[in-house]
Write a protein that binds this ligand. Structure first.
Ligand code: 6GU
Length: 238
């Protein structure tokens, strides 16, 4: 382990995210690439994916059962999830235990910003008809949805949430200012961006960007951001 990584862990600069799922393979490759890989190698975050089936006590490793009262769909049982959470809590305190669910609070950049300041998070992914309500009553501290549509499981939502959080951790992005100019950080969408060539078959980059006049360029970008927001997301301007 790099000495810097170790120092960051010792002084608690390393965020820790534990993800509970019954499909760990779905998540492992996601965190093994690109920015999320670099963020872990750099010691900014430690992501651990746990297979809830490892906490089943029967030989078939089942973690779900029929719903009391009938109805279609299986329900994830409380015991394996409780054992997994309690095993994690035995080693450290968690700031939030988040259940990803379509009936949770709609995820917005503001909540992502707040979560990026935390130390230890558990993300719980549901499947089938979801988890036994007692998991939510007894363990979960926050419920999050990533949009008004239904996914087949919480894994993609957990990956979305973790990605949005991790890229905000200081040092993860190369240019530290770039997260500050993201869409939504100031309730404005991002302005258009261009790179070479300056002329693509007659389609040209706006002159102002080639002028070298920094103040005018900033003003243009701001105007474009407002224009784009007014056209596409007027709700953000209210
Ligand atoms: Cl968090 N889970 C599932 N299954 N579907 C969703 C979602 C979460 N957010 C939006 N759709």
């Amino acid at each position: 382990m790099y000495i810097w990584t170790r120092i960051q862990q010792l002084i608690h600069l390393t965020m820790r995210i534990d993800i509970l799922t019954c499909v760990p393979n779905l998540l492992e490759s996601f965190f093994a690439h690109s920015i999320l890989k670099r963020a872990q190698q750099g010691g900014f975050v430690e992501v651990n994916v746990h297979d809830i089936r490892d906490y089943s006590t029967n030989k078939h490793r089942t973690i779900d059962d029929y719903a009391f009262g009938g109805g279609a769909g299986m329900v994830m049982q409380i015991e394996p999830i409780a054992r997994c959470i309690q095993a994690l809590q035995a080693d450290r305190n968690y700031d939030e235990i988040i259940y990803l669910t379509p009936d949770g609070e709609l995820l917005q950049q503001r909540a992502v910003n707040q979560l990026s300041l935390k130390g230890n998070l558990i993300l719980l992914c549901g499947h089938y008809k979801g988890v036994d309500q007692r998991v939510r009553d007894l363990f979960v501290t926050k419920e999050i949805s990533i949009g008004d549509y239904v996914l087949s499981g919480g894994e993609l939502a957990a990956a979305v949430l973790a990605d949005a959080i991790i890229r905000l951790l200081p040092g993860v992005l190369n240019d530290e200012t770039s997260a500050l100019t993201d869409s939504f950080q100031d309730n404005l969408l991002a302005p258009p961006v261009y790179t070479r060539p300056a002329d693509y078959e007659g389609s040209k980059v706006p002159d102002i960007l080639m002028s070298g006049h920094e103040a005018k360029i900033e003003e243009w970008r701001y105007e474009q951001a407002v224009k784009r927001t007014r056209e596409r997301r007027p709700d953000l301007l209210k």
